[in-house]
Design a protein around this ligand. Structure first.
Ligand SMILES: O=C(O)c1ccccc1NCC(=O)[C@H](O)[C@H](O)COP(=O)(O)O
Length: 266
């Protein structure tokens, strides 16, 4: 079984347990009082070379890197990223492989940074239950990974999330996945330079895919971005946003690392 298959299999088991604790009906009943939802707005003009917005990620650990941050304090990280100019926060909510929880997202939502910035729930979504759960917990943006969503499931989840007001970030890693994302109606497409089977990062592959996505679609460059020149390169290729975790989180001061990455400070 590949890593991704193992993650998905555990996720399905997790959803089955969650359903027993809170039924789908309970969750749907909580929708009217769910926190308001904020859009992920791209501010670059099509065709203009501009600075992509930064979606700053928080995670305790990852399969490719092991332990990344200990102690791990999502609320403090959110404040630091916000003060340094992040445009959105990405919060890993998977427990077994990333050491996160949905509670991390809900707690950040109640801080000034979480009130000011849209929050991306970064997890492995394979069931409509998780889409509704995300909205109730206070997520604004939800990740869908094309590779783990066969057939009609991708468009089903995409439509459900959009109908609840969520921005759906549809993640791809191959040309075929970009095609599937667009056919399903994705308006925000992520290009992950990390192969989720081998965990290897190939920025050239990410760059190639990014430049093939048509105008009018919001583009997010994800994974393995470390230096100001990576930032500039993705901006020149048309990325509206860059999603960065590890290289900020490994720094003693993640907010300052964000500023250096964007060329705000040396
Ligand atoms: O990063 C991993 O090890 C990983 C393994 C299996 C599935 C997903 C994985 N990562 C998710 C991501 O793609 C990253 O969290 C995200 O794009 C940020 O990347 P980075 O800046 O390299 O932390």
């Amino acid at each position: 079984m590949s890593l991704l298959e193992e993650i998905v299999s555990r996720k399905k088991a997790e959803v089955a347990v969650a359903r027993k604790r809170h039924s789908l009906q309970d969750l749907e009943g909580a929708l009217p009082t769910a926190p308001s939802v904020r859009p992920l707005t791209a501010i670059r003009r099509e065709g203009a070379v501009a600075s992509p917005g930064v979606i700053a990620e928080m995670k305790r650990r990852s399969p490719s890197r092991g332990l990344i941050r200990d102690p791990y304090d999502p609320e403090a990280l959110a404040a630091s990223y916000w003060h340094s100019g992040a445009r959105a926060l990405s919060i890993l909510t998977d427990g077994p492989f990333f050491g996160g929880s949905l509670g991390d997202l809900s707690r950040v939502r109640e801080t000034p940074a979480g009130e000011a910035l849209p929050l991306l729930r970064k997890d492995f979504v394979v069931d409509p239950y998780q889409v509704i759960e995300s909205r109730v917990a206070g997520a604004d943006i939800l990740l869908l990974i094309v590779r783990i969503l066969p057939g009609e499931l991708l468009s089903e989840l995409l439509q459900l999330g959009s109908s609840l007001g969520l921005t759906m970030l549809v993640e791809t890693h191959t040309e075929d996945e970009v095609r599937r994302a667009l056919e399903a109606g994705a308006r925000v497409v992520g290009v992950n330079s990390r192969d989720l089977d081998t965990l290897k990062v190939d920025l050239d592959r990410g760059a190639r895919l990014l430049s093939g996505i048509p105008p009018g679609v919001i583009k997010v460059a994800e994974s393995g971005l470390k230096t100001p020149s990576d930032y500039l390169r993705m901006g020149e290729l048309g990325a509206d946003f860059v999603l960065v975790g590890e290289s900020f989180l490994l720094s003693e001061d993640p907010g300052r690392a964000l500023e250096v990455f964007c060329g705000i400070v040396d």
